[in-house]
Design a protein around this ligand. Structure first.
Ligand SMILES: Cc1ncc(C[n+]2csc(CCOP(=O)(O)OP(=O)(O)O)c2C)c(N)n1
Length: 295
C-alpha cells in the first residue's frame, strides 16, 4: 500500500468523475500531502458543498461532511470553532465557492479562520452540465453563454487578498509535485488558506470550445501557466489570459480566528455567566483584546 492510500476510502469508488478529470489528480495531491505530513485520518475533517469537486470528501478515509451548495465554509466554520485542534479542509468548485458561496468565501478570508480550502477551478458548473461560472474565461461558450461569455472573470486571488486572506496560492493539475507541495504548505499555515487549482472540464467546457479531450484542455492550461515573476512583468492585457502559479501571498502576523475566540470570547462568556444578569456588559468592559501577534 502506498503512503497516501491510507487516506483513501476505496469502498466508495467508482467516482462520478469523467475519465481524465483533474479532480482525481487533485485528490491524489491532497492525499499525498496528508501522508507527507503524517496526519492522523481521525484529525482531518474534509468538508464540501455540492458539485463534482464537492464529491471528493466521499473518497477520503477521514471525517467527512458533504453539505449543501455553496455552504461548505459555514459548516467548516462551526467545526473549526468547536474543534480548533482538527485539520478542517474544504474542497469546493468554482461555482460553489465564488458564486453561491462567494459571500462565505470573503468572510472566511476576513475572519482568518484556520480552514484549509482547496478551490478547484475548472471554469464551469461541471456537475449540472456546463453553465457559466464567475471564473469562466471571457469569450468561452457554455450552456448558458451560447454566443460566448461577455463577463470578465474574478481574479480569485485578488478577491481573497482584498478580503484579508492570509494564504493564497495557485497551481494547476498539470503540475502534480508543485501542487502537492503548495497544498502541504497551506496545511501548515495557521489562518485561512486557499489553494486555487486550475483544472480541466473537457466534457462540459472543453467540448464547447474545441478542446473535447483531457490532453487538449491540459495543453490549454499549460499554455496559460506562468510564474509570478513572469506575470508581474506583463501588461494587464497579457495578464488577463494567464494563470500565475505558486505561493501568491502569505501573512503570518494575523491571529487565527478560533484562537482569538478561545482567548477572549470564551473566558469573557464564562465570566459573564458567573455574574448572572448584566454579566455580559461587565465582562465586555474587562476584555482587552489583542488582535495581532502575541502581546
Ligand atoms: C441551492 C442549490 N442551487 C443549485 C444547485 C444545483 N447545482 C448542483 S452542483 C452545481 C454547480 C457545481 O459547479 P461547481 O461548484 O463549479 O463545481 P463542479 O461541478 O464544476 O466541480 C449546481 C448549480 C444545488 N444543488 N443547490
Amino acid at each position: 500500500m502506498r503512503d497516501y492510500e491510507k487516506y483513501i476510502r476505496y469502498r466508495t469508488f467508482p467516482s462520478p468523475w469523467c475519465p481524465g478529470c483533474g479532480i482525481g489528480v487533485t485528490l491524489k495531491a491532497i492525499a499525498t500531502a496528508f501522508a507527507e505530513l503524517d496526519l492522523d485520518p481521525d484529525d482531518i475533517v474534509a468538508v464540501s458543498g455540492i458539485g463534482c469537486s464537492g464529491r471528493m470528501p466521499t473518497f477520503f478515509n477521514t471525517n467527512t461532511l458533504h453539505t449543501t451548495h455553496g455552504r461548505a465554509l459555514t459548516f467548516a466554520t462551526g467545526i473549526k470553532l468547536a474543534r480548533p485542534d482538527k485539520n478542517v479542509i474544504v474542497i469546493s468548485g468554482d461555482g460553489d465557492s465564488s458564486a453561491i458561496g462567494g459571500n462565505h468565501l470573503i468572510h472566511a478570508a476576513r475572519r482568518n479562520i484556520g480552514i484549509k480550502m482547496i478551490l478547484i477551478n475548472n471554469g464551469i458548473y461541471g456537475m449540472t452540465g456546463g453553465q457559466v461560472s464567475p471564473l469562466t474565461p471571457q469569450k468561452f461558450v457554455t450552456e448558458t453563454t451560447p454566443f460566448g461569455n461577455i463577463e470578465p472573470k474574478f481574479n480569485i486571488a485578488d478577491l481573497l487578498m482584498g478580503a484579508g486572506a492570509t494564504f493564497v496560492a495557485r497551481e494547476t493539475v498539470n503540475r502534480m509535485k508543485p501542487l502537492k507541495d503548495v497544498i502541504k504548505k497551506s496545511f501548515l499555515h495557521k489562518g485561512f488558506s486557499v489553494v486555487e487549482v486550475i483544472s480541466n472540464c473537457h466534457v462540459n467546457l472543453g467540448r464547447r470550445n474545441k478542446m473535447k479531450d483531457p490532453i487538449s484542455m491540459t495543453k490549454w492550461i499549460a499554455g496559460r501557466t506562468v510564474t509570478k515573476t513572469q506575470y508581474d512583468k506583463m501588461t494587464p492585457e497579457e495578464q488577463d489570459h494567464k494563470y500565475p502559479v505558486g505561493l501568491i501571498h502569505e501573512n503570518t502576523s494575523r491571529l487565527e480566528y478560533s484562537e482569538l475566540y478561545y482567548k477572549h470570547i470564551v473566558p469573557a462568556a464564562q465570566e459573564a455567566a458567573k455574574k448572572g444578569p448584566g454579566g455580559a456588559a461587565f465582562a465586555a468592559q474587562k476584555n482587552t483584546i489583542t488582535y495581532r501577534g502575541s502581546k
